[in-house]
Write a protein that binds this ligand. Structure first.
Ligand code: HT7
Ligand code: ZN
Length: 874
């Protein structure tokens, strides 16, 4: 497979103004007739060939302006069809046959549980019909769907239904018109035996919109939260960005088999059932919040992605980074803002930092790719969102909103670039953002080394910052970035933020300094007392910032910092210092001793309490093993696990009365609701229970068992079951697991939780359980949710067992990747990620991991897996 390069972009030679499609649905042989209204692009010469993409299609007829083409007039290949000498303006009619039944890759048109559905982003439409399958070709669509009336009573596509009727042989049809020009990746079709839940929304200009969520009958009771989330998101986008919905109908469909979370097809969003269905008995608080966020994300794409789309796939972050930023702000506004930021950053620093430090590191706007499906990454989405967040903070919200209005107005109905977006922000704010653009082109996580000195005699504080971005594949040298650092100086006597004067002027209200050089010193004057600096408040830039904090400094910030995010971060840094010592002790075979200053800091935290219980729960949560690993030069899997377990047990032993009190204070029998208050209370209670179970005293075990038996809501049941299954009490865990598995055997999404609980257990039998559970009737390699729950969770979240020194964990993952390479390349390429990080581990593990990567390389590979494996072994 050959790479595509960003610099090779050329506008298409031909445009499609309007697309008419007709689908005759049959599982093994669906006929797709397409009529494209084509014209030459005004910027391109006459007489160029028309190149259409197409894969796995059987062409049965082709005509231009009603005249069948002779074989010499076009050329067919595995990747497309070329019309050699087309006229300037014409109608192209084609007919192809495709087989949804055999489509296990879940791209294009496929069958999920007897229901037809599509996934066209990024390049799935070419598996439906011959077409210029690129985002800068935008057309209006008219789609007729024909199917068997008894088995496929519901026939959906984008836009508005304009005609329906009966046909011979028990078939029927519906025709849909989508008046908004769109690229092929936003096309969607759904057909099946579905039921709908309906609601309405009146837009800010008074238009009435019908909202529908389509599900299989058994899932009818699980749509309330998604519908409420959708209405909240529609209102938020009007109030915050002035964006109104534009069609009369907005539909969501839930499907079982789906490669990602959801898809923003115009007027017809398709969702993974896991990203839309909720019920207090089947979904946890985390799922309720995830559903709210994803429903909002897909809805927000209607403007940031659909009305204004990407010129080419290198610009993917234009829509994804901006839309993630929008959904993060929405979730922060409707829930607890500090907790949302803490959760997002904790995830980002673990997973995106790892991606940026590994062999698949790439810029937010990549320069080349082999398979675009591999670039739906944490860098494009999450780092892209951090870049937009920095832009927003740099220019300020008012200018950002003006820039956003300008962007939507200027480019409505167009396919544009990241420069177009940033130019609007520069125009609206008057700021020069040229250095800032490096954030889009340079891969890797910038590292900032900071140190500070207080000069008593002159009442000055000198802060020196040095930035460096490590080399990444293809990019050995890096330039200095423009890095906004929000900060404060917290007086050690007063415990308060000191007023900041820099270069004789008060620092702006937000307290942002701008690092632009490789090294810069900032001299703050009139500093009346010795301060502790609080740096990178709110994680104001996606960087690793190091400062030689002492433990007392961190305990001080944990107690006094006015920035909630940095209070949490001080606790994490303090725990990391203790963990580092314990990791070293474990490695050197020295007895582990718990740092009393960490215990005292936690005790003080527990005594102080917090109004926001969710924040308190985050403060009490230790850094994850994955995050700890990210902070180590070389990952010592056993030492990290042992050190973290030791800290948890030491805190539990020293503070068990406090944890017990916390647990009791936060128990509640009131009916479940996914409100921020209830979620915070449950998190705090369950964090306390985790600590208590870390030492497994009889009382803790009894509480966990009672919580499981009480069966109040899935959040509590799942947490209690996890603690039992991860404890040494198999006498209680086994019957509980059995009961849970039997009760929920008919609910695939709950069985996913049942799989995940078992395969994350630290006991040495975890790997054997994975192999055993792969034979369970509820498991299927063809369903991405099942694969993620069982195999993905094991490889990513059970570090000591996945990295077993006998290499069995790696072998298991490789076996699955090889199988999936054939069935579903997109999922295979994602699943292999943990093996690609081999350089982070000790020599024997490196050899084992590389051996497995070589084993994959020896197979006949899909472009997706090929690209990842080649990078990993480069
Ligand atoms: N824009 C959507 C991306 C997506 C996708 C990409 C590749 C393969 C399958 C996919 N399903 C959805 C989702 C989003 O970002 O909103
Ligand atoms: Zn998106």
């Amino acid at each position: 497979p050959k790479p595509t390069y960003r610099h090779d972009y050329r506008p298409p030679a031909y445009r499609v103004r309007h697309t008419e499609l007709r689908f005759d649905l049959e599982p093994g042989a669906t006929r797709v007739r397409a009529r494209l209204h084509v014209e030459r692009h005004p910027e391109r010469q006459a007489g160029e060939p028309l190149v259409l993409d197409g894969e796995q299609l059987l062409l049965t007829s082709i005509a231009i302006d009603g005249q069948a083409l002779a074989e010499a007039e076009y050329a067919l290949s595995d990747t497309g069809l070329t019309v050699l000498r087309p006229p300037e303006r014409f109608l192209l009619d084609t007919e192809v046959e495709i087989s949804p039944r055999e489509n296990t890759a879940l791209e294009g048109l496929y069958l999920s549980n007897g229901m037809y559905c599509t996934q066209c982003e990024a390049e799935g439409f070419r598996r439906i019909t011959y077409y210029p399958d690129r985002p800068d070709v935008m057309a209006t669509f008219s789609t007729t769907v024909v199917g068997d009336k008894a088995t496929l009573p519901v026939l959906l596509s984008n836009g508005n239904p304009v005609e329906r009727g009966e046909l011979p042989d028990g078939r029927h049809f519906v025709t849909w018109d989508d008046p908004f020009p769109k690229p092929s990746y936003l096309f969607a079709l759904v057909a099946g035996d579905l039921q709908k839940v309906e609601d309405r929304f009146t837009t800010m200009s008074g238009r009435d919109v019908t909202l529908q969520i389509w599900v299989e009958k058994a899932n009818l009771g699980k749509t309330d939260h998604a519908m409420a989330s959708l209405k909240r998101a529609m209102q938020w986008d009007e109030q915050t960005y002035g964006r109104e919905y534009d069609l009369d109908l907005f539909m969501i469909v839930a499907v079982d088999d789906f490669n990602m979370g959801a898809m923003e097809n115009k007027g017809l969003n398709i969702f993974n059932t896991a990203a839309v269905l909720t019920h207090p008995h089947t979904a946890t608080d985390a799922t309720f919040q995830r559903v709210e966020g994803i429903v909002a994300h897909e809805y927000f794409h209607n403007w940031s992605g659909n009305r204004v789309t990407c010129r080419d796939w290198f610009q993917l972050s234009l829509k994804e980074g901006f839309t993630v930023f929008r959904d993060q702000c929405f979730s922060a506004d409707v829930n607890s803002a500090p907790v949302k930021r803490i959760e997002d950053v904790a995830f980002f620093r673990t997973a995106q930092f790892a991606e940026d430090a590994g062999p698949t590191a790439h810029p937010v706007r990549p320069d080349h790719y082999i398979e675009i499906g591999n670039f739906y990454t944490l860098t494009i989405y999450e780092k892209g969102a951090e870049v937009v967040r920095m832009l927003c903070n740099l220019v300020g919200w008012e200018a950002f909103r003006r820039g956003s209005d300008l962007y939507f107005e200027r480019f409505d109905g167009q396919a544009v670039t990241i420069e177009d977006f940033v130019d609007c922000m520069a125009e609206a704010s008057g700021l020069d953002l040229s250095q800032f653009m490096l954030w889009y082109s340079q891969a890797g996580t910038p590292e900032i080394d900071a140190h500070g000195e207080y000069d008593y005699a002159n009442a000055e504080y000198r802060l020196t910052l040095r930035q460096r971005t490590p080399a990444t594949p293809d990019q050995p040298e890096k330039l200095a970035l423009h890095i906004p650092i929000r900060m404060g100086l917290v007086g050690t006597k007063s415990g308060r933020d000191l007023a900041l004067t820099l270069d004789g002027k008060p620092l702006d209200r937000d307290g942002v300094i701008h690092l632009r050089e490789a090294e810069q010193t900032f001299v703050f004057t009139d500093v009346p007392e010795a301060p502790v600096p609080s740096l990178l408040r709110g994680f104001s830039a996606p960087v690793q910032l190091r400062f030689p904090y002492g433990r007392e400094d961190l305990a001080f910030l944990l107690a006094n910092d006015s920035d909630g995010f940095n209070r949490w971060d001080a606790g994490q840094r303090l725990a990391m210092l203790a963990l580092d010592d314990l990791i070293a002790a474990h490695r050197n075979g020295v007895e582990k001793v718990m740092d009393p200053r960490v215990v005292e800091a936690f005790r003080a935290l527990l005594e102080r309490g917090s109004k926001d219980k969710a924040v308190m729960a985050e403060m009490l949560t230790l850094p994850s093993e994955a995050y700890i690993a990210e902070q180590q030069p070389l990952v010592d899997v056993e030492a990290i696990h042992a050190a973290r377990t030791f800290v948890e047990q030491s805190l539990a032993a020293a503070l068990s009365d406090d944890f017990l009190r916390l647990y009791e204070e936060n128990r509640s029998d009131i009916p479940y609701a996914p409100t921020p208050e209830q979620i915070g209370q449950r998190s705090l209670k369950n964090v306390a229970l985790s600590y208590l179970m870390a030492i497994e005293d009889e009382q803790a075990v009894a509480l966990a068992h009672q919580q499981f038996e009480a069966d109040h809501n899935m959040t509590d049941v799942r947490h209690a079951l996890t603690l039992l299954v991860h404890s040494s009490r198999d006498d209680l865990a086994d019957p509980a697991l059995r009961a849970f598995g039997e009760k929920w055997a008919h609910e695939p999404l709950v069985m996913d939780q049942w799989f995940a609980i078992q395969v994350t257990r630290p006991q040495t039998d975890a790997l054997e359980r994975v192999r055993y559970l792969m034979g369970h009737p509820a498991f299927s390699l063809k369903n991405p949710n099942r694969v993620r729950a069982l195999v993905g969770t094991f490889a990513n979240q059970n570090r000591i067992n996945f990295h077993r020194t006998d290499g069995e964990g790696y072998r298991l993952l490789t076996d699955v990747v090889i199988e999936l390479n054939r069935l579903n390349p997109e999922i295979a390429a994602r699943l292999v990620t943990p093996l690609t990080r081999w350089q982070r581990f000790d020599e024997p593990r490196q050899e084992l991991m590389k051996g497995e990567l070589e084993r994959i390389r020896a197979e006949k590979l899909s472009p997706n897996v090929y690209e990842v494996i080649e990078k990993a072994l480069a």
